[in-house]
Ligand binder design. Sequence first.
Ligand code: GKR
Ligand code: MG
Length: 420
Amino acid sequence: MPVDRIREVRITPVAFHDPPLLNAVGVHQPFALRAVVEVVTEDGVTGLGESYGDAVHLDRLRRAAEELRGVDPWHVQEIARRVRLLPETGTGGDGTSGMVRSATADRVLSPFEVACLDIQGRTVGRPVTDLLGGAVRDRVEFSAYLFYKWAGHPGAEEDRWGAARDSDEIVAQARRIVDEFGFNALKLKGGVVPPQEEVAAIRALRAAFPDSPLRIDPNAAWSVETSVKVGTELAGVLEYLEDPTAGIAGMARVARAVPMPLATNMCVVAFDHVRPAVEADAVRVILSDHHFWGGLGRSRALASTCETFGLGLSMHSNSHLGISLAAMTHLAAATPNLTYACDTHWPWKEQDEDVIVPGALRFEAGAVAVPTAPGLGVELDRDALARLHEQYLTCGITSRDDTAYYRGHHPGFDPTPPRW
Ligand code: GKR
Ligand code: MG
């Protein structure tokens, strides 16, 4: 059978509206950036991938794309080899405002690997889950991702969510997001207001949602001492405490002193972090993310690693569109030991703003049904892609910088951890 090789790779940066969500390093800008990757074969099969849209990352994606012509899309190892040969230029490009410092080559490989899996699935007429060993669940549960937030972007009207400044407003946000999407697990993005206020918000959530698993994630904004204090106070309340403090050594000190499991998407973000984290017994749960673990195949390898060391597995998210949600859903569906509800920023985007044809992915009772159509099961909406690309060209943002945007309104803001 003749091999259908990669003929062309298109990378299209897009921008979509994002509310002013607060985190430990600042606030989300009015637009989030993503890169839409299309890998096209000689026979005209197109596979889709989605990744960060920061300028330095786009540049790396484009350089990698030039190396992929002629490669067999079933040979992801060869694609990985070519990506790893590229020189790393500059730092950053992680789409997280510097919060998640993952391996550059894995970040670059990820959307090409996903697009190749989409091609493979389309070619053989099977969903991506089948290429990953088959789905072990037909719906994937996600968590409500709650944020402190401004009422609206400065100079604009109040957005549809309004402000979230204190416990009452966080509970109101949770009620609304749960009503609209049906989530069960609730995650609060912390590291924004003094820890005692965030503890009060978690307690208020517990009172309002007695049966929901709760998590808080201050993105390492707390000292070891503060983390231990918070973890002790919230004994029996949290299902896990996510990245309270920076680094494996600090996390290990916290882990020894608090009763609940610690989870991370900050101190273990690549395979060579696993061994020191296990040796120090620093974390009990790793949050995978195919966007920086090198794609779906390597995320499955991470799942096996977690199984080997008796670690739990959850899933991290950043602001994203539908191609990413499809890939996250396929991965979670085909990963037996991914037993926690996955993070998603999905509710925060405008629901009619995306690059995919609507209808393929829907939240019901906090979960997304796993697509069963060939490949990822989503189709590119070319008009929408063109609109969001135009928005990218005119929005004036070329890299995510939550700190600079926040400082524009609070000069002197210093996100250097520990803030508390
Ligand atoms: O969207 O502000 C945000 C989050 O803080 C995000 O950038 C983090 O990467 O969600 C993430 C996390 O769990 O650390
Ligand atoms: Mg996190």
